[in-house]
Design a protein around this ligand. Structure first.
Ligand code: NAD
Length: 456
């Protein structure tokens, strides 16, 4: 599809929406069931595409992309009827008799723009919400994961209603052309830089936007935690998808003595999860492209490499790497790392660690490893982040009832499960009151007598 076709495509979707095609519950269910069938029937294709784009293993593709989507579809199908049902509220005495309801209605035509790091999941998960809510939608996969983009463009139209769902492949030019169109919701996942471009374009049409951005998610560790277990969980969460995960622990924060004891345990955990010949281990992913690779290499000078550091540009292989003695103002601590480099950053004490985190952009997630109830409670009360977990990095995504999204610099709006349904719906206030009996003239309409004034 060329850029010139985009206005026509969007107009076609708008026409389908205006005809009421997407509203019936049966239509919504058929789309979700279609998505599920596509994932089951073409799992090998999607796995191969994710392997080509990111060196993602089949098991990881199932865990974090295909299986995640299947679980979300099942979760949505089993609750959709309940979510769609109008919710009744009590009307205040002066308005009674009356019925008040909140009615969820679809917004219209949604646009979903996805990044390259979980290129299937981050495109289709918002689409599940858009379709469940009865919208038409355009999905724009990332051009930086070209094999996955192609697989989606090839298969998706065979499993959903083409009159209401379109795939537009491409990069900046195509996305810019899309953003000139009027949409009823734009759901963007990616960097803050492009998030600002999207939000500005959306403002021209007063289109509501969800921005799922990134940031530096801290992992705080103190001496009360079992460091061997902590190391294993941090290593898993950090080196999943070779560190290219928006909610990966970006860096570890702790007292010098704790970090000194944690560092060798992190090295042990890397060996336990990925072995010692990691380059030949298919469980470990690859860096998406040369530009990202070069950016990561540039961080290696920002600290002392205590584990890893090996890299091979031709193979886009970057060894799980731990940096110690990192300066708080260095580039690796200014940028979101988005790769397999884990800086260990010293904090004098808990106050210093909290000040460090609250003095920066609000992260997408914060991970706290401490057995102290007081320490946990202080992180919960005194810091702000999209999510906060205790001993469970990244795992909050698996609880579909939890809203997933950022705050401040990590974005706004949220999704997953019911939150996706609400994001792509307008919650319309509906109030209905009979004309008889007339309860208004004797109570809230002028002339105001002393008796009425007492009532108001
Ligand atoms: P990106 O912003 O470069 O690209 C994302 C999308 O925007 C792509 O589809 C791309 O084609 C489009 N795009 C790029 N430049 C554009 C422009 N000038 N105008 C219009 N559209 C444009 O992001 P990325 O590099 O693919 O993703 C990395 C970032 O995404 C990281 O910051 C990461 O933390 C964040 N992220 C967030 C989440 C989340 O759920 N919050 C998930 C994954 C990634």
């Amino acid at each position: 599809m060329s850029e010139a076709d985009i206005p026509l495509v969007v107009a076609g979707l708008r026409h389908s929406f205006a005809q009421g095609l997407t509203r019936p519950e049966a239509w919504r269910r058929a789309q979700l069931e279609g998505l599920r069938r596509m994932l089951a029937e073409h799992a090998p294709d999607f796995e191969a595409a994710l392997l080509a784009d990111l060196g993602k293993s089949g098991a990881e593709a199932q865990l974090t992309e295909i299986g995640f989507l299947e679980a979300e579809i099942d979760h949505t199908l089993s609750r959709l009827g309940k979510w769609m049902r109008p919710r009744r509220l009590a009307a205040p005495l002066v308005v009674q008799p009356a019925t008040a309801r909140i009615v969820a209605e679809p917004l219209g035509v949604a646009l979903v723009i996805a990044p390259w790091n979980y290129p299937l999941m981050l495109l289709l998960s918002p689409l599940i919400g858009a379709l469940a809510s009865g919208n038409a939608a355009v999905v724009k996969p990332s051009e930086l994961a070209p094999a996955t983009s192609r697989a989606i463009a090839l298969h998706l139209p065979d499993y959903v209603d083409r009159r209401a769902v379109a795939v537009v492949e491409g990069g900046v030019a195509e996305t810019t052309a899309l953003l000139e169109q009027r949409f009823d919701h734009i759901f963007y996942t990616g960097s803050g830089r492009v998030g600002r471009i999207v939000a500005k374009a959306a403002a021209e049409h007063l289109t509501p936007v969800t921005l799922e951005l990134g940031g530096k998610s801290p992992a705080y560790v103190d001496e009360t935690a079992n460091l061997a277990e902590v190391a294993k969980r941090i290593v898993w969460a950090k080196f999943l998808n070779a560190g290219q995960t928006c909610v990966a622990p970006d860096y570890v924060l702790g007292r010098r003595e704790v970090l000194g004891r944690l560092a060798p345990r992190i090295a042990d955990a890397i060996a336990e999860l990925y072995g010692t010949a990691i380059e030949g281990n298919s469980d470990y992913g690859r860096i998406v492209n040369g530009a990202q690779f070069d950016r990561l290499v540039s961080y290696l000078g920002d600290g002392e490499v205590v584990t890893g550091g090996g890299h091979d540009r031709a193979a886009r292989y970057f060894e799980p790497t731990v940096l110690a003695g990192v300066d708080r103002e260095s580039a690796v601590m200014r940028d979101e790392i988005f790769g397999p480099i884990l800086p260990l950053v010293e904090a004098a004490d808990l106050d210093d660690a909290i000040d460090f985190v609250t003095g920066r952009e609000k992260p997408l997630a914060a991970y706290v490893f401490s057995e102290s109830a007081e320490v946990r409670s202080r992180w919960e009360r005194e810091t702000s982040s999209g999510a906060l977990t205790f001993n469970a990095p990244v795992l909050h995504l698996s609880v579909l009832g939890l809203p997933f999204g950022g705050v401040g610099g990590s974005g706004y709006g949220s999704y997953h499960g019911e939150r996706s349904f609400r994001t792509f719906s307008h919650e319309k206030a509906v109030l209905s009151k009979p004309l008889q009996p007339d309860t208004l003239a004797p109570t809230i309409m002028p002339p105001f007598t002393p008796a009425k004034e007492r009532l108001i």
